[in-house]
Design a protein around this ligand. Sequence first.
Ligand code: ZN
Length: 435
Amino acid sequence: MKILVTFAVLAFLGISARASDLKYAPSAFEVDGVKYTSIDIQSVNASWTFEQEDQWSGSAKFTFQVKQLGNPVILFSPEAISEIKLGSQTIQSIPVVKDGTKLRALQFKAKPGRTYTLYFNYQFKAQAGEKQFYFQNNYWEGRSFEQYIPSNMLYDNFKLNLKIDIRAMTAYNEIVANGKIRNVEPGIYRLDFPAVYNGGSFFVDLIQAQRTPVLRGQYKGLPVIVYQDPSQTITEEELQETLTTKLPATLEKLESLYGPFPYSSVIVKFASDLFAFAGGITYSHRWDQDYPGDYFLHELGHSWFLRGVRPVNGAEVWIGEGFGTWLEQGSPRSQTLFNPEFKNANFGCSGEYSQLEQGNGHWGGMAFLGDLDKMLETRGGVSPILKQVFLEKKFQAMSNKEFKHLLEQKTGLSLEALFDWYIIPTAGCPAPNIQ
Ligand SMILES: [Zn+2]
């Protein structure tokens, strides 16, 4: 009986997760009389084989549904695509730019309600002199994993199974990732990621174990990894201190304020810049001198907002970045409301297909949270409310409208004026911002 109940719950969660992704998918658009539709990926089974130097070959089985009738658009920008198959039919694809996002349109008309499976064969480059990561993301350009697998925008959770074949490789010999890793035979790894990840969640790195010592420990029974890129010069003492003191203290602080850490492992990589994945961060001292702040706390905080509760698209990136910056600056409570610097900043006015924050959502989002913290001064501030939002929306996309609704429901306050000031004008977004 217990087993049956578990299966029933899983089946229900599976169905609801898929339905909600299409709910958040942006509307279809037309270019030169052709209608393009967003999609909901159900699973990606990809296989990467190292060829030589920076060259890899990839193949992927890609299963999805479309939101509306039209040619499906996905995020996929490898070096080259040699073949796309739908059953026995060969499919072509073309690049399409929408709201500043480089999409790939598949040249066939798909219908809602049907599940499609495509097979891709492709080539990609990795490493190529980049230091931060073997499989590099570029947050500031809004690029995450679509250089390496067929993927999708921020609103979409999907299951990724990844086989990595590094038999032809000599230097790199160990994989660090925020999923389950099985070394099935020498040089061949199978990685299995939670179905609640999106394209911005994946942390996959190849390292040279002999050059890059990896410190391992535990946090409340979860495996923890602390290491550094060979380009960095972090002392053994600092790595140790991070593993045994700084990381657990920071996670405990975040857990006490915002609810349990939602992942099954923790990764900290010291590298050339700061970045956040699902339960993993890259960390650097590069900002410390110029801009004082606790950047370690900022990046780990993204496990709660940004990678935990996700943006639907670029219009909600300010929520995670505002939260991170607010934490980093010591959670300041505003002295006065409505910071004049961010009047009509319109952080929530990005186009539906945008993947990037508009304007300075980092500092503006901090001002918004500081104001809310001031408004809730006599009730313990904004943190207890954010904790409730996190527990309710963990691993889901959250629109600005939903965020406003949740905040109003939980505080009993009307936040129309605050959202109007910083996020979205009550009268609607000005037309020029919707590209
Ligand atoms: Zn951030």
